[in-house]
Design a protein around this ligand. Sequence first.
Ligand SMILES: *Cc1c(COP(=O)(O)O)cnc(C)c1O
Length: 354
Amino acid sequence: MSKFLSPEAARLAPYTPGEQPRDQQYIKLNTNESPFPPSPRVLEAVSREEVERLYLYSDPTCAGLNAAIARRYGLTSENVITGNGSDEILAFAFRAFCGEGKGAAFADITYGFYEAQAALFGLEARRVPLREDFSLQVEDYRDFPGTVVIANPNAPTGMAVPVSDIRWLLEENPERVVIVDEAYVDFGAESCVPLLAEHGNLLVTQTMSKSRSLAGGRIGFALGSRELIADLNRVKYSFNPYNVNRLSLLAGAAAMEDENYFRSCCRAIRENRAWTVEALEKRGFAVLPSSANFIFTKSGRLPGGELYRRLKEQGILVRWFGKDRIRDYVRITIGSREQMEALAETVDRLLAGA
Ligand SMILES: *Cc1c(COP(=O)(O)O)cnc(C)c1O
């Protein structure tokens, strides 16, 4: 760090993204991207003509994209805000709803970015331990006075909380915001979006990075009451008014409108997930019940760090978090069937030598 770094910046806790190697062709099962390309409609939307228009700013209101999202979820555009990835939306939410005396609570084992955001905004963070079986019990958040953030399904466990539990939490304390991060909801969990009509303290965030094959497009969004969305826009217009670029606005709307393609991708992931769980269980792995496009698993025979390193040597990248409670586990993204078959074969080879 330089001698110019502010004390505030020295206290940050930057998030470490999964590896994005440039040196070698890996089977990349480490950052929960889709193995499928974006919808063909996305390719049509991002035309040469549109690239030529990049000399113009993008629409700061994201009108076309927000309307497409609103239509998909049966809401109005006033219930939608789009961001440069849902990471940006989460930052807007932390800034909008948290502050002095109003911290953020999230699970001890969850998406690492919440921790980074809390540090960025100097918030008090309460890390609520998941139970022994890695389940999240909403009672554990009952008395917290600040904003609650729940990834549902959770990452990296893949486990989901029933919507009825979230409803209980929303009703238990209508005076605080509950953010439900549904980055992985499309792969088989129940969405909280239907609760929005009844609960003004609910903010649902989603992303096009996983189920809509647009991780590189950086498009995330939040759904909530008109008032909550106005609060988020207040932060957005204080930070980066043109936060979604022209091409992503078009790509996102096209992806949102291609329901059939979206469904067939999600179905393929669910099928490949079932296949992979069975293949790994047959090989002696324990796999947590996953509603996401990844699984969290441990081998009875190889420690997590060892498994990660050996798979990498064999050209397969998975994610390992060398962290208490989950040291034995690796997180494996569900890819195409061919990729999962290659994983199973590689595991056989590693275990034969273990
Ligand atoms: C991937 C992910 C996100 C955000 O992804 P973006 O690419 O920024 O939209 C948010 N929450 C969780 C839990 C995630 O895993």
